[in-house]
Ligand binder design. Structure first.
Ligand SMILES: N[C@@H](CCC(=O)N[C@@H](CS)C(=O)NCC(=O)O)C(=O)O
Length: 210
């Protein structure tokens, strides 16, 4: 498997965590988003969106991290990253979607670039914009974790929700978003830092990291 990635991409970070939790080995090919390498013709031929991640496997190219996570769960069911009950699975998907649909798209690299290029935003304004979406999202997530979580976001083993939560916390810190109001999320982040699958997926530990 080849994971097309960028060390700081939150969406690629999700996939690395899941691959590691499943105990799978993979190579990584970094695309430096800062120089626009994701728009190179050779990469766009693989992923027409020109975004990371993409996973090359068995002659296929899988794109969109939620689809890749679901594919991984279907093809490599052990250890399970989804609960056994349908209602539990719906809760995990809801937490993952809260991040992947309702937070991350508003604070990814291209949105920050558009804020700068189209509206003259400086870094402080970009940070405030990110906080505007991360804070209410995390407020809801903290409540959902209080309802459904234990050691992890849902129950006492890592799920696909945690694959999304941890990268979003990393991103929140990059935007200087205060996190004190989210003790449950911070406890999960601390647990992840001590878990090999999460720790080795951390951006700073990737081959293309600065
Ligand atoms: N919904 C996509 C989002 C992917 C995404 O936002 N990727 C960012 C990095 S985290 C990217 O490639 N940005 C480069 C660009 O937009 O040109 C997924 O979950 O895979």
């Amino acid at each position: 498997m080849i994971l097309h990635s960028y060390w700081r991409s939150g969406a690629a970070y999700r996939v690395r965590i899941a691959l590691n939790l499943k105990g799978l080995t993979y190579d990584q090919q970094g695309h430096d988003l800062r120089t626009g390498a994701q728009k190179d013709a050779a990469y766009v031929a693989l992923n027409p969106q020109g975004m990371v991640p993409a996973l090359q496997v068995d002659g296929a190219v899988l794109t969109q991290s939620p689809a890749i996570l679901e594919w991984l769960e279907e093809t490599h069911p052990e250890p399970p990253l989804m609960p056994s009950s349908p209602v539990g699975r719906a809760h995990v998907r809801a937490m993952a979607a809260l991040i992947a649909c309702d937070i991350h798209p508003l604070n990814n690299l291209r949105v920050g670039k558009a804020l700068r290029d189209m509206f003259g935003a400086d870094q402080a304004a970009v940070d405030a914009w990110a906080a505007r979406w991360i804070t209410p999202g995390f407020t809801a997530l903290e409540t959902l974790v209080a309802q459904h979580g234990a050691d992890w976001s849902f129950g006492d083993t890592p799920t696909l929700a945690d694959c999304c939560v941890i990268p979003q916390i990393y991103s929140a810190r990059r935007f200087n978003v205060p996190l004190d109001a989210f003790p449950r999320l911070l406890a999960i982040d601390e647990r992840a830092a001590a878990h090999p699958a999460f720790a080795t997926a951390h951006p700073d530990r990737q081959p293309d990291a600065d």
